[in-house]
Design a protein around this ligand. Structure first.
Ligand SMILES: CC(C)(COP(=O)(O)OP(=O)(O)OC[C@H]1O[C@@H](n2cnc3c(N)ncnc32)[C@H](O)[C@@H]1OP(=O)(O)O)[C@@H](O)C(=O)NCCC(=O)NCCS
Length: 191
């Protein structure tokens, strides 16, 4: 795969690489305790968010020089950046990818993460050619687990206290989807 044609367009969203002008929108998500509760970091200061933005802006292809795509989800109707979606190559040999997602709480629970997540899976399977895509979350992160279930991903593992995060041992869930399943199982309509 080379560089996908951006933006990726869904019913209500456009997904495109991050831009320097996205600092405020990215910080609005990364500074929040509720958003970062089950992530490995955060809440982030503005300086930390700027460093993050500098790191993610170049991530727009999965090829010889880059292992990840990191995309801002823009609400088509308003032009607002409301989410942060990633697709990472975790193994070239085994054609394995991993998805990640963050949605601004002001725009949660309207199906935007489902819509963008489905597009990230499409990118991974149809453009990049992954054989398997996983998603991982803290076992207490119910919205994340439910999102992966809505995306048709199969819950494959519940690891007990396999990671020490933010001062405590945490359980982790692993969800996965195979390219053959993506082809066979049309994405569910709506929710
Ligand atoms: C994980 C996260 C992205 C999920 O966001 P979300 O808003 O719950 O997911 P969606 O945008 O797909 O919305 C789904 C909800 O909208 C409802 N909905 C409304 N219209 C819908 C539609 N057209 N399609 C799908 N769902 C729809 C669903 O019923 C669901 O509601 P429910 O939570 O009451 O069951 C969000 O919780 C988040 O950013 N969390 C913080 C960061 C984080 O932990 N990321 C994951 C790290 S592993």
């Amino acid at each position: 795969m080379g560089v996908p044609n951006f933006p990726l367009v869904t019913e209500r969203l456009q997904l495109r690489p991050f831009l320097p002008a996205d600092l405020d929108a990215l910080h609005a998500m990364q500074r929040r305790e509720d958003v970062t509760r089950y992530l490995y970091w955060g809440p982030r200061s503005r300086t930390e968010t700027r460093r993050l933005l500098d790191r993610v802006i170049p991530l727009m292809a999965i090829d010889d020089s880059s292992d990840a795509v990191r995309l801002a989800a823009v609400l088509t109707q308003t032009g607002e950046v409301i989410g942060d979606f990633s697709l990472q190559r975790v193994s070239a040999e085994h054609r394995q990818g991993e998805i990640g997602f963050v949605l601004d709480p002001r725009h949660q629970r309207r199906g935007y993460a489902t819509e963008a997540g489905r597009e990230m899976l499409r990118l991974g399977f149809e453009a990049i050619g992954f054989h398997r895509i996983v998603g991982r979350c803290d076992a207490r992160n119910t919205p994340s687990a439910q999102l992966m279930e809505r995306l048709g991903m199969r819950r494959e593992a519940h690891f007990r206290q396999n990671e020490f995060v933010k001062g405590e041992w945490c359980d982790e869930l692993v969800f996965a989807l195979l390219s053959s399943e993506w082809g066979l199982r049309p994405p569910p309509a709506g929710r």
